[in-house]
Design a binder for this molecule. Structure first.
Ligand code: NDP
Length: 445
């Protein structure tokens, strides 16, 4: 490791003990940025990297709520307000039992660079709770969301901090959270994105992360004069991002063949077509069942406790969670002929896995670039709320598509190494420059 990065990381580890996901995310960025900072001493002098790695504010709070049997339950809530230099804090809320400070700080840190890449005026934040919506009734989820917002409301606002969904937070949760905010504040304003269409949501927001991730893959493939037509694609997860990744892959003539959840994966060599996807959406979004049921319905393979990276594919779309591809899985993907990995999830590839992709010179699109379509469309939802307008489906999709093309161009601009593109360096440096320059402009704040 570069000496400067090593020294910098020593400080990070000392100030944030035990936060391994946060260390991982910061180190990846530091490795890309350090050579750039050394060439541009104004950033070094103002200690921009040190300042960017320290959250502006961390809020942690108690969430008491009552389950259906009348028992009191207590969860912990968080909001990390990481950086507001180029706009109000913006980033999702995650409800999952694994949620802790380290995971949310890594996500908030990544979000700063991602939001900068979108070209929209959004700072970075992230939040959530260790609450597990799985197996809870709608009423329990509602009571939890109301208690969560009974504290969060005082820290957010349309010009301060605008949360959205993430793992475990979809349309149902956003609805309950919004209702509670409105009741407490007596105010109807755009304080959350991912809202339903009939009360301020944007068309294409549910689709945006998955669609955007496929658009980004398409741009990467174009640099090698390739298209998605006929490509066999592995997809992990079966939630929001995975579902719309599959939908867009089908639209562009590719063949998605896998899906997974935290229990296991299915492999459907005939392809998960639109009709089967409709079944998955009903299974996951309405009945809230397990992906295993797909295998039973369509008579395909189900592998308990497995991830899909051993399945032969041309392209891979990790869309479940962080650190879901390790080094040996990355090798397997490359050995099996995979030439493109586009990350729908945040930080799904472990650092060793990323090295495998980069050394093999395959197209590797890191999450902060490839999945930025979600937050970009959240930005478009905020604009529509401010303007009190609703744009058509085509209009939002076209803007999303253009934003993904522009993110790709920024990655190429800052990541070109000879005749290949290092998208990790490209995304990190491009995301950094905009925020860093704004921090310089705004003085020591
Ligand atoms: P959902 O909750 O809709 O779906 C998550 C999926 O991943 C589910 O299938 C879930 O399985 C699976 N999963 C979650 N945690 C784990 C785990 N620890 N191990 C194995 N499988 C797991 O979330 P999203 O689709 O919204 O988010 C997926 C990823 O995309 C996350 O990394 C998120 O940060 C990222 N992302 C999401 C954006 C968005 O707009 N929603 C924007 C940008 C990034 P199960 O049902 O069993 O829990």
């Amino acid at each position: 490791m570069d000496k400067n990065v090593e020294l910098f990381m020593e400080g990070i580890i000392q100030r944030n003990p035990g936060e391994k996901e946060f260390h991982q995310a910061v180190q990846e960025v530091a490795e890309s940025i350090m050579p750039f900072i050394n060439k541009n001493p104004k950033y070094k002098k103002a200690k921009i990297l040190e300042r960017i790695a320290e959250p502006e504010r961390v809020i942690m709070f108690r969430i008491p709520w009552m389950d259906d049997s009348g028992e009191v339950q207590i969860n912990r809530g968080y909001r990390i307000q990481m950086n507001s230099t180029i706009g109000p804090y913006k980033g999702g809320l995650r409800f999952h039992p694994s949620v802790n400070l380290s995971i949310l700080k890594f996500l908030a840190f990544e979000q700063v660079f991602k939001n900068s890449l979108t070209t929209l005026p959004m700072g970075g934040g992230k939040g959530g709770s260790n609450f597990d919506p799985k197996g809870k009734t709608d009423n329990e989820v509602m009571r939890f969301c109301q208690s969560f917002m009974a504290e969060l409301f005082r820290h957010i606002g349309p010009n301060t901090d605008v949360p959205a969904g993430d793992i475990g937070v979809g349309g149902r949760e956003i609805g309950f959270l919004f209702g509670q905010y409105k009741k407490i504040r007596n105010e109807f304003s755009g304080i959350l994105t991912g809202k339903a269409l009939n009360w301020g949501g944007s068309l294409i927001r549910p689709e945006a992360t998955g669609y955007g991730c496929v658009y980004f893959a398409e741009e990467m493939m174009k640099t090698r004069k390739e298209t998605l037509k006929g490509k066999i694609c592995t997809v992990s997860g079966s939630g929001n991002v995975a579902q719309y990744t599959v939908e867009k892959l089908n639209q562009l003539g590719a063949k998605p063949v896998t899906l997974s959840d935290s229990n296991g994966m299915i492999y459907d060599p005939d392809g998960i077509d639109d009709k089967k996807l409709e079944y998955v959406m009903e299974l996951k979004n309405v009945r809230r069942g397990r992906i295993k049921e797909y295998a039973e319905k369509y008579g395909v393979t189900y592998e308990e406790g497995k991830r899909p990276w051993h399945i032969k594919c041309d392209m891979a779309f990790p869309s479940a969670t962080q650190n879901e591809i390790n080094k040996s899985e990355a090798k397997k993907l490359v050995d099996n002929g995979c030439t493109c990995v586009s990350e729908g999830a945040n930080m799904p590839s472990e650092p060793d896995a990323i090295n495998v992709f980069i050394n093999a010179k395959i197209l590797y699109g890191p999450g902060k670039a490839a999945n930025a379509g979600g937050v970009a469309t959240s930005g478009l939802e905020m604009s529509q709320n401010s303007l009190k307008l609703s744009w058509s489906r085509e209009e939002v999709d076209e803007r999303l598509h253009n934003i993904m093309k522009s993110i790709h161009s920024s990655c190429v601009k800052y990541g070109k190494e000879g005749n290949i593109v290092n998208y990790v360096n490209g995304a990190n440096i491009a995301g950094f420059v905009k925020v860093a320059d704004a921090m310089l402009d705004q003085g020591l704040i």
